[in-house]
Unconditional design. Structure first.
Length: 195
């Protein structure tokens, strides 16, 4: 190793090969085998801390890196539990309600069963025309609604809504579309009501 003499005391070159110490230069290595590995001591090891352990001061408490990691994992677990409870991870499909089959009781068997043939809704007597009011108009409105031609809420007033409902009923039954509840419309309404 030539040229080492001209270098100053602060010279450092990483690429130079190290000089082997002589017995006089290294009194500390006497009796140590030349094959022995060098042991490096980090400043942290000298203070009594294990290598890689760092300490954090949080809220006046000193915590190690392991303790901070455990706390972070617990916070994440709680966060995901809250999200799961809120339904964030659900697929969006609602659970189908349970299917229940209704049970039908058989009709009672009696020797004589009377059938009521009176219709629940009866057609009022004719004639009625736009502008009329009263109970007969209210009965007409109820009868029209029961056969599918509702003029709205039965109010007893033969207004435009009732006239339109009568016209639609007349067209459906093949009658003259005049909006007046006459004898032909009354007969068709009685028949539609099943009477």
């Amino acid at each position: 190793m030539e040229g080492h003499e001209d270098r100053g005391p602060g010279y450092d070159d990483w690429f130079d090969e190290p000089e082997h110490p002589t017995e006089t230069q290294s009194g500390a290595n006497r009796g140590v085998q030349e094959d022995a590995e060098e042991v490096w001591v980090l400043p942290e090891d000298e203070e009594g801390h294990s290598a890689g352990q760092r300490e954090f001061v949080i809220g006046g408490r000193t915590l190690t890196m392991t303790q901070v990691a455990i706390i972070a994992l617990c916070v994440l677990a709680i966060f995901f539990a809250i999200l799961a409870a809120a339904g964030v991870f659900d697929s969006g499909k609602a659970a189908a309600p349970p299917v229940s089959t209704p049970t039908v009781a058989p009709p009672p068997t009696t020797a004589s069963t009377q059938t009521n043939t009176t219709p629940a809704v009866a057609a009022p007597p004719a004639p009625l025309k736009p502008g009329d009011t009263g109970e007969h108009v209210k009965a007409l409105q109820t009868a029209l609604a029961s056969v599918g031609f509702s003029p709205g809420t039965p109010d007893g007033d033969y207004g435009p809504a009732t006239q339109v409902a009568v016209e639609k009923f007349q067209v459906a039954k093949g009658l003259a579309e005049d909006g007046i509840y006459g004898p032909a419309t009354e007969a068709a309404l009685q028949k539609a009501l099943g009477g």
